[in-house]
Design a protein. Structure first.
Length: 450
């Protein structure tokens, strides 16, 4: 008897520890199956209590009366499928005649309480068919990206969304992005995670870090170009504009449109070029954009005009040339000078971490998703990495980036240093680095790869 009690207590303690340390594993092993049984068992009664059932049809009522049977009960939406996922449950339901998707959306919070889940979100698949995504725990409390994620060219996972799905940074769909956040809000960690993921792809990474390179210089072995002060940044941006123009000329040369040219071979961007002729895509990482644009005197105004003009031209034109902007900063508004608002209009994606004032949040979402402002202002200081991600389509979601240390990012950049491409127009800005010692033979140098 004592042995049984000891084993039972040990098992309960193990389950509680697993629930605290790895809630995702706990959910898959224990919480998810139990929640599936609970939701499936109480589905009809919960839907009826939440006002999501409809009276029986006239035909069923007529049959019941003719056969002198009990009147049929109200019918909830038909449950087509209910499955356990890594973070919660997913249910497919078909609405009954007379029901509307808005009815289920407004009842989402009542369903969450009834089934004792963390969150319930509703998405319309097509007319009459809805998908309920239910999270069983706070996925943003301890972020663990799935071991298997869909990584494709210029599409990398960077965070977890509040609904339990993975948030991707897709440069092909959202070419330019603005990342805002106060000090210690997780903005640098977001950038490190992005560089760590991009380091394994055939892409040229260009860094502009006006804090003397303290954020990006450790990653230099994977950078094709690096500028660590505003003067060098102005020259680097001018070189990027030249590279963009050269790529346009390459595209135009390759078009050769005639009456017998197949439609598939007509292109206006680099992705339609043959792979052998396609130039490598370039991702430009701008750290602390305010330091790049601020001026201390009239002598620096011409430099600032060069910088903002080059950034605007890249934001407007560079997507088809395969050049993408990732602009980071604490603030980004009209106080930085002329042209900033015009540049912001070209930054399709927005990611806003914790900010110090409402005006900073409005800089990110005031023009595309005003309803996201409240969610940004509720991010607590003890939740670094938590942010709200949106784009110009108006959709937004709360996300959180898994912690990526500087050492992890440096290790990834060193491991994939051989993938660093050479871009002729940016050769003058290539970081000069010491050789890497050969593994197993300390002190014996090998030629630098970056």
């Amino acid at each position: 008897m004592v042995t049984v009690l000891v084993l039972t207590g040990t098992g309960i303690a193990a389950v509680l520890i697993l629930r605290r340390v790895r809630p995702d594993l706990y959910w898959v092993l224990v919480g998810g199956p139990a929640a599936r049984i609970r939701v499936g068992w109480s589905y009809g009664s919960v839907m009826d209590a939440c006002g999501l059932s409809v009276p029986p049809s006239r035909a069923r009522i007529a049959v019941a009366r003719a056969l002198r049977r009990e009147m049929p009960a109200n019918r909830p939406p038909k449950l087509l499928r209910l499955r356990v996922t890594r973070t919660g449950l997913v249910a497919r339901i078909r609405l009954r005649p007379g029901q509307d998707a808005f009815d289920v959306i407004t009842a989402a919070d009542r369903l969450r309480h009834s089934w004792r889940l963390h969150q319930v979100s509703v998405k319309e698949i097509r007319s009459g068919l809805l998908e309920l995504s239910m999270t069983g725990y706070d996925v943003l409390d301890r972020v663990h990206l799935p071991a298997r994620t869909e990584r494709t060219a210029l599409r990398v996972p960077v965070a977890m969304r509040e609904d339990g799905t993975v948030h991707y940074r897709d440069f092909r769909k959202v070419p330019h992005s603005l990342v805002l956040g106060a000090t210690d809000s997780g903005k640098s960690v977001y950038q490190r995670g992005l560089v760590k993921e991009l380091a394994r792809q055939r892409v040229a990474l260009v860094g502009i870090d006006c804090k003397q390179g303290v954020e990006l210089s450790p990653l230099a072995r994977r950078l094709t170009a690096l500028a660590d002060n505003p003067d060098a940044a102005a020259d680097l941006l001018d070189a990027l504009v030249v590279e963009m123009i050269e790529r346009f000329q390459l595209i135009r040369t390759a078009q050769r449109i005639s009456s017998d040219t197949p439609d598939a071979e007509i292109t206006s961007d680099i992705w339609g070029l043959p792979e052998a002729d396609r130039p490598v895509p370039i991702v430009v990482l701008v750290d602390e954009v305010a330091e790049l644009l601020l001026v201390a005197g009239s002598s620096q105004k011409k430099r600032r005009e060069r910088i903002i003009t080059a950034l605007i031209r890249l934001g407007q034109l560079a997507r088809s040339a395969g050049i993408y902007l990732e602009v980071c900063g604490q603030r980004f508004g009209s106080e930085l000078g002329d042209g900033v608002t015009m540049l912001r209009a070209q930054l399709t994606g927005r990611v806003c971490h914790r900010v110090n004032d409402e005006a900073s949040a409005k800089m990110a979402f005031g023009d595309i998703a005003p309803e996201a402002l409240g969610s940004v202002l509720t991010i607590a200081p003890d939740q670094p990495g938590t942010a709200v991600a949106a784009d110009t389509s108006g959709g937004w979601a709360r996300v959180r980036t898994p912690h990526t240390s500087l050492r992890d990012a440096v290790a990834a950049c060193n491991r994939h240093a051989d993938l660093t491409p050479d871009v002729a127009s940016l050769a003058d800005f290539r970081p000069v680095l010491p050789a890497i010692p050969t593994p197993g033979t300390p002190g014996k140098p090998v030629p630098a790869t970056a």
